[in-house]
Design a binder for this molecule. Structure first.
Ligand SMILES: [Zn+2]
Length: 312
C-alpha cells in the first residue's frame, strides 16, 4: 500500500516509542523479582526464567511472566478481549468447519482429529474472525488459535480470512490478523497450500482499496502462514521472543550442517535483520495498534510524543 508520508520514518519513530516502554517494563520486572513473595494456589513454571508463577497472577498479567517478561501462548478469545472494545466484537462464519477432501489418514482419520480438536477447544477451526472496535476505530480482526491442531491453516482458515478481508474492503475497514501457526495443514494437502495464494491475493485487493493491513506475529508463526499473509502487513509487528520461521532451526541445521547463531528466527533477530518492523509487548499492543492505524488512516492523532499526523 502506498502512503503519502515516509513509512520508514514512521516505523522508526514508533519503534523508538516501543523501546522506551519496553525498558520501563524491564525495570518493573526487576523490581517484581526483588519483592516477590511466595505465591499460593495453582502454579505455572516460566519456560524462560524457570520461576514458579501463580496462575491467577499470570492470567491477570495477560500471560506474561512478571519476572522476565516472557510471553506465554495466549488464548484467541483472550486476545480479542484484550484488543477489542467491550461488547463490540461481531464474529463471522462461526459455524464453518473443515471437509476432508482427500480422506486423509495417518495414525488417525483426519475427520476424527478434527472432531477431537473441536471437543477439546470448543471451537470449529483454528481462526476466529469478525469485526469490532479498537479504541473506537472499526476494523476487521482475525485471530489464529494455536491450541486447535497447532493453529494449522486449512481451507477453513483461508476461507474465513478471505471473507474477513473482502468484507473489510466492502465496509472500508482496516484489517489486523494475529498469527500463531505451525503452517499449512498437511491433512488437506493442496487445498491448504492454495490458501496462501488466496489470502495473499485478497490482501492485494485491500491494498488497492488503500486500506491498511497490520500483521501481528505471535509465538510461533511458521511454515505457510509466515510464507504468506503473516509477512504481508503494511506493518509487521511481533511479540518479543516469538519463533518466526518457514522451516524450523532443527531442519535448517540438519540441511546446512552448521550451527545457527543464538536467537536465530526469534523476533529480536528478525527485527535486527529487517524482517519485522516493530517488537511490541502484549501490554502495549492495543495502544500501539490504535496509534499506528490512526496515523496510517490519516485520522487526527498526536500523543504529544513526536509522531505528528501526516499531511494530505
Ligand atoms: Zn519468566
Amino acid at each position: 500500500m502506498k502512503f503519502c508520508f515516509d513509512l520508514e520514518m514512521l516505523i522508526k519513530d514508533l519503534c523508538l516509542n516501543e523501546e522506551i516502554k519496553m525498558s520501563e517494563n524491564k525495570q518493573e520486572q526487576k523490581s517484581n523479582k526483588e519483592k516477590r513473595s511466595v505465591p499460593l494456589g495453582v502454579w505455572n513454571k516460566c519456560d524462560n526464567c524457570h520461576e514458579i508463577l501463580y496462575a491467577k497472577e499470570l492470567n491477570q498479567n495477560k500471560k506474561v511472566c512478571a519476572i522476565c517478561g516472557y510471553h506465554f501462548k495466549f488464548d484467541a478469545w483472550d486476545r480479542i478481549n484484550l484488543l477489542i472494545d467491550h461488547e463490540t466484537f461481531i464474529e463471522y462464519d462461526h459455524e464453518m468447519t473443515s471437509a476432508d477432501p482427500i480422506k486423509f489418514e495417518d495414525l488417525k482419520m483426519y475427520k476424527d482429529r478434527i472432531k477431537s480438536a473441536m471437543a477439546k477447544s470448543g471451537r470449529k477451526d483454528a481462526v476466529i474472525t469478525g469485526e469490532g472496535k479498537l479504541s473506537g476505530l472499526k476494523l476487521g480482526l482475525g485471530v489464529m488459535d494455536f491450541s486447535f491442531l497447532g493453529g494449522s491453516m486449512g481451507s477453513v482458515v483461508g476461507e474465513k480470512l478471505t471473507r474477513l478481508i473482502e468484507n473489510s474492503i466492502k465496509e472500508k475497514m482496516p484489517v489486523i490478523i494475529v498469527s500463531t501457526s505451525g503452517g499449512a495443514r498437511m491433512q488437506e494437502s493442496m487445498c491448504s497450500l492454495m490458501q496462501m495464494a488466496k489470502v495473499s491475493a485478497t490482501l492485494a485487493k485491500l491494498s488497492e482499496a488503500r486500506l491498511p493491513f497490520i500483521s501481528v506475529l505471535a509465538d510461533p508463526t511458521t511454515g505457510g502462514v509466515s510464507a504468506s499473509f503473516a509477512m504481508l502487513g503494511d506493518i509487521n509487528m511481533a511479540e518479543p521472543n516469538a519463533l518466526i520461521a518457514f522451516a524450523g532451526p532443527r531442519v535448517i541445521e540438519q540441511t546446512i550442517r552448521q550451527k545457527l547463531p543464538e536467537g536465530f528466527q526469534r523476533t529480536e533477530f528478525l527485527k535486527e535483520h529487517g524482517m519485522i518492523d516493530m517488537i511490541v509487548e502484549r501490554e502495549n499492543m492495543k495502544h500501539t495498534l490504535s496509534r499506528t492505524l490512526k496515523i496510517l488512516l490519516n485520522l487526527n492523532y498526536s500523543d504529544g510524543k513526536g509522531v505528528k499526523n501526516a499531511k494530505n
